[in-house]
Design a protein around this ligand. Sequence first.
Ligand code: DWN
Ligand code: SAH
Ligand code: ZN
Length: 405
Amino acid sequence: MSKCLVCQNEISPFISFGKMPLANGFLTQDQFKEEYFFEMKVAHCSKCNMVQLTEQPTKELMFNEHYAFYSGTSRAMDQHFEQFAQHVISDYINSDNPFVVEIGSNDGIMLKNFKKANIRHLGIEPSENVAAVARGNGINTISKFFNKELAEEIIKEYGKADAFLAANVMCHIPYMHSVVDGIKTLLKPNGIVMFEDPYWGDVIEKVSYDQIYDEHVFLFSVQSIKYLFEQHDMEVVDVEPQETHGGSMRYVIAHKGARKISENVHKQIKKEIALGLHLPETYVTFKKNCEASRDKLKSILVQLKNEGKRVVGYAATSKSTTILNYCDIGSDLIEFICDTTPIKQGKYSPGKHVPIKPYEEFKKDYPDYALLFAYNHAKEILAKEEEFKKMNKKWIMYVPKIGIK
Ligand code: DWN
Ligand code: SAH
Ligand code: ZN
């Protein structure tokens, strides 16, 4: 038993994925012996509906000057964040000298659009190496972890914010009450909060359990976000489903009573109830679905190995750490994983120690099969890899369905 991070209710895990390393803990051979592991268990809170890890590594272990994920590695995400920024600018910002704050701003993939539009902005990005890229491009960025105290410091230096933005970071922070308190203090009376994260409804429907890893301490739903913000006198005024990261939800939030609540919010909650996100049996089924997915993927790889086929992993995503460790897939089954991120190349995957090689190694000598760990970028990647297909090589997919195509 442990306590819900949002409402303090007693919770107990419905699944354990076993021992897990840091999802972005790519390492060198001499670091193998001191590798960090924790038991990754997930619980659903019956009171506030928040789905959460019951244990998480410290923030400094995960987010530091060696953080391996650079947002700018996907062109499609670049376009996504340009549209996100345009949406904020045209639909939500109308004061004289607006000020926009983004947390988890990484290499500046979103904020560069505000800089281009000459809008006052501040990025909060604790991982120094990715923040340095943003600063190098003239994006105003500080390397700290966002919380209530930092919000107060920001107000002293810049004043209050018209918009508070976050993408794929709110679900990384366990001390949510300090964060939401900070947002509430920082936001102007008519200001807007917009953030998006992988959506628990999509994870349940697609059995995309690889969205669960150390960094993702929460898997949000509209119901759980509504509960959380209502504790702080704020309300969800709109929700906008997104296709990114295999299915995400963007939450639009304002001070209580400041804006009209869209019908979309009620509609989405109805969908969540129909999907049974509040019911214990949903979690029993999800666990069974994860096990079935794991067994099927593993059996495909074992069969290909027995047939003497070459299989390579495509993209060393955070998600792949969950897949490799939970399914017990090592370099006996996949030769290596190719990735375009220089900091990952030449290292080994967390836990299972599969070599990570530059993308060019994949191009140089196509394997018979490529296991697509970045299914969220499938459109972009499949378009780029037409030649691979033409040579009659095959993709192994596991989300939204396990199979070969
Ligand atoms: O929430 C998070 C999201 C935003 O990003 C973080 N906690 C960590 C990270 O998750 P991820 O690692 O699962 O993200 P992606 O975007 O699925 O990772 C893409 C990886 O794939 C990068 O290492 C770059 C690589 N890649 C590649 O090798 N070739 C990507 C593309 C598009 C490609 O063509
Ligand atoms: N927004 C980007 C990056 C997401 S990765 C995108 O969607 O592509 C998550 C980022 O959040 C990392 O760069 C990490 O360093 C940062 N982060 C983690 N905890 C944070 C906190 N408490 N405050 C601000 N940023 C944080
Ligand atoms: Zn709770």
